[in-house]
Ligand binder design. Structure first.
Ligand code: NAP
Length: 258
């Protein structure tokens, strides 16, 4: 058997119960990583066996679920600490996020604060708690989930773009600060990926507007969470050992061809 890319490492994945986070957990576990799923609930939004149980059963790795709302900093720190049980954190994936569409002139302070808290504050402090441990342990990787909305703006998504742009520049700043300590920090910018977020929260996939979007995507299809997970595997592993402070766009070509 060829060597596994994350053999014996431990990854903490926020929002790891569902969607992109769930697939990242499965892909990392397949490559030998122990997994901490940090999420509000363990049940996947799309249904099926809870992620931590699935990856332990399928790949024989250590895995656990920690109840964690990323806006609750005590819970977030506890999720990072939970990796200690498996030898300590090597990879932090700040993936939890929400996506809402709203006219800019109608956005309330509460709606703004909620999205900033989850999408930005959760990533910021998730990275901080992980960084403390990673620096102490001599290095590791932080992967922050941004979006193509963190690269360009679109109508109806002012708040979401605000949060994802912040995640992009936070990533670059942390790469500068933590690089000398052996910690690489990179961002993933998915395009339209088929998860409950794009089928339920903002129903684009499978809708008429989705058909329109497809014409702007050179690959002429929506992405799958497995494809985001493969990008995360690249960034988490030594395959990307000289990649730092980078934005990896996973969008079927949409952003650079519009
Ligand atoms: P998803 O299927 O809705 O999964 C998100 C997961 O995060 C869910 O398990 C959700 O829990 C959890 N979560 C929500 N708020 C949380 C909080 N406060 N604390 C901890 N966990 C929380 O969405 P997804 O498509 O996988 O999205 C994952 C990330 O990818 C997000 O950052 C999103 O912005 C980004 N992204 C997605 C797309 C796309 O097209 N799908 C594109 C670009 C970027 P519940 O079950 O309780 O809701």
């Amino acid at each position: 058997m060829s060597e596994q890319l994350l053999d014996g490492q431990t990854a903490v994945i926020t929002g790891g119960a569902s969607g992109n986070g769930r697939e990242i957990a499965k892909t990392f576990a397949e490559e030998g990583a122990n997994i901490v799923v940090a999420d509000i609930q363990s049940e996947p939004r799309e249904g099926g066996t809870p992620t931590h149980e699935l990856v332990a059963d399928d790949h024989g790795v250590d895995a656990t679920y920690v109840e964690c709302d990323v806006t609750n900093l005590d819970q977030l720190e506890a999720a990072v600490d939970a990796a200690d049980e498996f030898g300590g954190i090597d990879v932090m994936v700040n993936n939890a996020g929400i996506f809402r569409e709203q006219e800019f002139t109608e956005v309330s302070e509460d709606a703004f604060d909620q999205m900033m808290d989850i999408n930005v504050k959760g990533v910021y402090f998730g990275a901080q708690y992980a960084a403390r441990k990673l620096v102490e342990n001599g290095g590791g990787n932080i992967i922050n989930m941004s979006s193509v909305a963190g690269l360009e703006g679109s109508a109806g998504f002012a708040t979401y773009s605000t949060t994802k742009g912040a995640v992009r520049l936070l990533t670059y700043a942390l790469a500068a600060e933590l690089g000398p300590e052996g910690v690489r920090v990179n961002a993933i910018h998915p395009g339209l990926i088929e998860t409950e977020m794009t089928t339920e929260d903002v129903p684009i996939v499978g809708s008429e507007s989705g058909e329109g979007f497809l014409q702007t995507i050179p690959s002429r299809r929506f992405g799958q969470p497995e494809e985001v997970a493969d990008a995360a595997l690249y960034l988490a592993s030594d395959l990307s050992s000289y990649v730092n402070g980078e934005s990896l766009v996973v969008d079927g070509g949409m952003t650079n061809t519009g």
